[in-house]
Design a binder for this molecule. Sequence first.
Ligand code: CP3
Length: 343
Amino acid sequence: MKRFLRSLDGEAVWPPPVWLMRQAGRYLPEYRKVRAAVPDFVALCVNPELATEVTLQPIRRYGFDAAILFSDILMLPWALGHGLEFKEGEGPVLPPLRDEAAVAALDPSRVIDRVQPIMETVRRIRAGLLAEGFADTALIGFAGAPFTVACYMIEGGGSKDFANVRTMAYGQPALFQRLIDTLTDATIEYLSAQVLAGAEALMLFDSWAGVLSALQFRAHVIAPAAKIVSALRARHPGVKLIGFPRLAGVMVGEYGATGVDGVGIDTGADIAVAAELLPAHIAVQGNLDPLAVVAGGAALKTEAESILDAMRGRPFIFNLGHGIVPQTPPEHVAALLEIVRAG
Ligand code: CP3
């Protein structure tokens, strides 16, 4: 079994497998070159040739233990027929979803058709990894978790506090639940198709899980994740699942009961404390501050080694606590890998 998958199987692989969230991206000159030729980000996500190329770029440079499909969590609302645009310097822009008619307009029947180019990318990445000599590199497929995807759909893009989302969850619970249920069912089909196309592990990104109260977290983060995990396990017994309930704080312990094989931990959590809240067989993934990689030098070494020291002896996957940022010097990533590989 591949090193990365062994960790998710509950083994304390050491030195730990390593990959970085947003490892394909703007900090790499070879990515910026592809991006300059395809100004429309959505068009890049549905171009199997170029999406495969940018997925493999960081693997060629650093030999990470896992490649992650190049796409975006917002391609699911796009496939449901909701609008999506990425504006330069502004991030994603979607039509704000605020009423029953907007939820009723989502069309789950078209999802599998519309995501076919992404499935073709998955197949090409698996083949490309083998052809280029990365036989031990695992392929991670992913989706946004229903709550985080709902956040972008309801707000119409990013937000500092997702106030419209939280207000709808309290004030129009039936409407909100209908949206979460629609997204949960579509996510199961979308992730299942990724497994059939060749994804070996799946990650569920719940980037805004931490804005919810404990009651709402149970209803809209834990319950949908548990439903997605059990449906995927029933269909694909061997697939590995990682959940990333970002900023979950002490709720991370309850999140372990969703049935995931691994849990991503954000930078603000003491990773040793988070690990104690989870059963010993669940792999912990994280949680270096992306800005420590920008800084490099002694700060990077101190921070990375403290995580390694805390996680030695348990199933663990080295990663960042959130995505790598565009201003990261690529040579600092190389320095980080030396530190991690020295264990
Ligand atoms: O390398 C990888 O990690 C794989 C591809 C990937 C992207 N986005 C590519 C991307 C993955 C797994 C994501 C996940 C994603 N997308 C999340 C969850 C993780 C997180 O960061 O919290 C979220 C919330 C999104 C939504 C999204 N996509 C935003 C808010 C933005 C704009 C902000 C930004 O960083 O530009 C994006 C754009 C995006 N997605 C880029 C990339 C490489 C940058 C686009 C560009 O090239 O201009």
